[in-house]
Design a protein around this ligand. Structure first.
Ligand code: FES
Length: 149
């Protein structure tokens, strides 16, 4: 079936099965490789994108649900990699292997858009659903706090 998508302010038409996860449409059809596959079952957050401004797991969002919504991936978070969250990530030197970090930044940026002045506990709660196998949690939390400044 054909589906129309708006991703990073661009319109696309893709032909896929209706139940196809948005994650695979982004990666396989649109070649947006910044959105990662970690678990495929909604547990890790590596596949997080924004759908109408909300952080959502693209492995759990079918193309049918995503159609017609405003989707942003890590590639579209800013024009030049200079979103405050991206700047803070660089300043704190957050990543180790880096695999989960796109999803981490998408969760952080959606969170800060809603809560621009969070305290440490709110940051920890907001980020707790995004798993980092390198355990960069302290740096992630610090970077979210820096981005909020
Ligand atoms: Fe989607 Fe892990 S790949 S939550």
């Amino acid at each position: 079936m054909e589906f129309s998508l708006k991703v990073n302010q661009q319109n696309f038409t893709v032909e896929v099965d209706p139940g196809t996860p948005l994650l695979w449409v982004l990666r396989d059809e649109l070649q947006l490789m910044g959105t990662k596959y970690g678990c495929g079952i909604g547990q890790c957050g590596a596949c997080t994108v924004h759908i109408d401004g909300e952080a959502q797991r693209s492995c759990q969002t079918t193309i049918e649900i995503a159609e017609g919504q405003d989707i942003t991936t890590i590639e579209g978070l800013s024009d030049h990699g200079d979103h405050p969250v991206q700047e803070a990530w660089k300043e704190i030197d957050v990543p180790q292997c880096g695999y989960c970090q796109g999803g981490q930044m998408m969760t952080a940026s959606a969170f800060l858009a809603k809560n621009p002045s969070p305290d440490a506990k709110e940051i920890r709660m907001a980020m707790q659903g995004n798993i980092c196998r390198c355990a960069s949690y302290n740096r992630i939390e610090k970077a979210v706090a820096v981005a909020a400044e």
